[in-house]
Design a protein around this ligand. Structure first.
Ligand code: HEM
Length: 507
């Protein structure tokens, strides 16, 4: 037979046979290194076409078939999706040190000054220093407390305007109202300004949120980057130039204030960071970095984008569930009546006593985590997890949305909104129990949890304490639309409308 073949055909046959044998022997030799199961990938795009508009939902659906550790290829990026508390514990706790970095994304260069902030900065000594600086100077308990007057003042204004709505039987767009409230609080706290000052911060931050949350195909199929098919890089460039100009202007004003900021009683984030300029981020670390203008700007971006949308989205989901469940709304009001009474407003020092409200917030985060896939991580070494091999530089997506809706974790009433399920369970929000991870877990857990939770608890408590609420236009609680929309945080798709029917405090 062989002598009948031409040399070129013989060469092709040899290549095919050797290739086949090589892949057979390789797969036998690496049999112990099997990958987690996953669907068959398409050339070039891998599984990108499967993700859809709400990837957390699609991935939860796929995990039912392929399991709690599922392999995907997103473009050219090998990815593992984690969908059970047990698997999440292995990644975020047992092997946290291996999975503590973030993948490099194009938006990081433009929004976070090339990884000079915290959230998308690769793991390493710079990240440890900058995170420590945030914990010590910006997001620690005493700093959170120092912003209480800003929260109080803005909430008082909102309550005043809602009392007018009661008098006029007006329908309130709660999504818009809460987002404006959180904008005002965030700008004052981070930048020390009101949003109606000379700068158009609101529009810029809204664009930054969209761009930070956008899914950029060039991150997954890098050779498409020069084409910029979605026009995102063009928008990122324009955003970063405009934002930088604005931050420079604010920083220059601080330079001209000549130390006055340091004497202010409640220094906002920009005052605090400028007062640390040229000092070591962490004096106790040998590899300490000096605070400079670029990392100040990066951190300010992290604080603005981290604080505003997450908190506003959280309160909208909590309120939506309360309006859908009048029984639960009544229980929260009864708790407020018994702990605080009806002669004064809720204060921040009351918040730790509101156990039922805490259960309502946990139950809302179980069903509506605002970061359903946390922020992506990446493996820094090859590792075996649960008999599967995960190679270095694999992306890790933790699907907390899937875990929150898994009947194996929460029993058959998983789809019911039932805050009482937390009455006997020792589950906190700090990422110690892996079935509930709204703020993530491990070293990359949310840096602003205390600030975020204080704000979310206070706003919810005050609005429920001060007013009775109803849905407008005869909408039945069970008919309230709860569709999600994608974004940096995952908000409710349609604005939440409600009527404050009466003011409840008698002063
Ligand atoms: C209630 C509101 C909030 C929620 C639900 C939330 C949620 C999250 C989540 C899920 C992560 C990813 C954690 C992980 O990958 O394991 C995260 C990270 C982060 N959050 Fe928050 N967040 C909130 C408020 C805030 C606030 C108020 C700030 C700051 C002002 C903030 C700053 C950050 C930062 C800097 C990171 C990155 C941490 C790192 O990579 O080291 N967050 N947040």
């Amino acid at each position: 037979m062989v002598h009948l073949m031409s040399p070129s055909i013989l060469a092709i046959v040899l290549v095919v046979v050797v290739g086949f044998l090589w892949s057979y022997i390789h797969s036998r030799l690496t049999g112990a290194k099997k990958q987690p199961p996953g669907p068959r990938a398409l050339p070039v795009i891998g599984h990108l076409h499967l993700l859809g508009n709400l990837p957390h939902q699609t991935l939860a659906h796929l995990a039912k078939k392929y399991g709690a550790l599922m392999s995907l290829k997103l473009g050219s990026e090998p990815t593992i999706v984690v969908s059970s508390p047990e698997a999440a514990e292995l990644i975020l706790k047992t092997h946290d040190a291996i999975f503590a970095t973030r993948p490099k994304l194009i938006s990081t260069d433009y929004i976070y000054y090339g990884g000079k902030a915290v959230s998308f900065t690769p793991y390493g000594s710079y990240w440890r220093n900058v995170r420590k600086l945030c914990n010590m100077h910006l997001l620690g308990a005493s700093k959170v407390e120092s912003f209480a007057p800003i929260r109080r003042e803005n909430l008082e204004m909102l309550i005043g305007s809602l009392r007018k709505s009661v008098a006029e039987s007006e329908v309130v767009d709660l999504t818009l109202t809460l987002s404006q409230l959180l904008e005002n609080i965030t700008y004052k706290m981070v930048l020390g300004r009101n949003k109606d000052d000379e700068f158009d911060i609101m529009r810029l931050v809204a664009e930054g949120s969209v761009l930070a949350g956008a899914f950029n195909i060039s991150d997954y199929v890098p050779y498409l980057r020069p084409l910029d098919l979605q026009g995102l890089e063009r928008r990122l460039k324009a955003f970063s130039q405009e934002m930088d100009k604005l931050l420079e202007k604010i920083l220059n004003e601080h330079d001209q204030e000549d130390g006055k900021a340091e004497t202010r009683r409640n220094m906002n984030f920009i005052d605090t960071l400028v007062s640390l300029m040229n000092q070591p981020m962490n004096p106790n670390d040998e590899a300490s970095y000096l605070v400079d203008r670029t990392n100040i700007k990066g951190m300010l971006m992290d604080m603005v984008l981290g604080a505003f949308e997450t908190s506003a989205t959280s309160v909208v989901w909590i309120f939506s569930e309360l309006l859908r469940h009048p029984r639960v709304m009544k229980c929260v009001q009864e708790e407020l009546e018994s702990v605080i009474g009806m002669k004064r407003m809720v204060e921040e020092t009351d918040l730790t006593k509101l156990n039922y409200l805490d259960m309502v917030i946990k139950e809302t985060y179980r069903l509506h985590p605002v970061g359903p896939l946390l922020l992506p991580r990446e493996s820094m070494e090859d590792i075996e997890i649960d008999r599967y091999h995960i190679s270095k530089k694999t992306r890790i997506i933790v699907n907390t949305w899937a875990m929150g809706r898994d009947p194996k974790v929460w029993s058959s009433n998983v789809n019911e909104f039932l805050p009482e399920r937390f009455a006997s369970a020792e589950i906190d929000l700090k990422g110690h129990q892996f079935q509930l991870l709204p703020f993530g877990s491990g070293q990359r857990r949310c840096a602003g949890m205390q600030l975020g939770l204080t704000t979310v608890r206070l706003i919810t408590a005050q609005l429920v304490h001060c007013f009775n609420w109803e849905l407008p236009y005869g909408i039945l609680p069970s008919d309230l639309d709860m569709t999600e929309k994608s974004g940096l945080a995952v908000p409710k798709a349609n604005h939440l409308l409600a009527i404050p029917t009466s003011y409840r405090i008698f002063s």
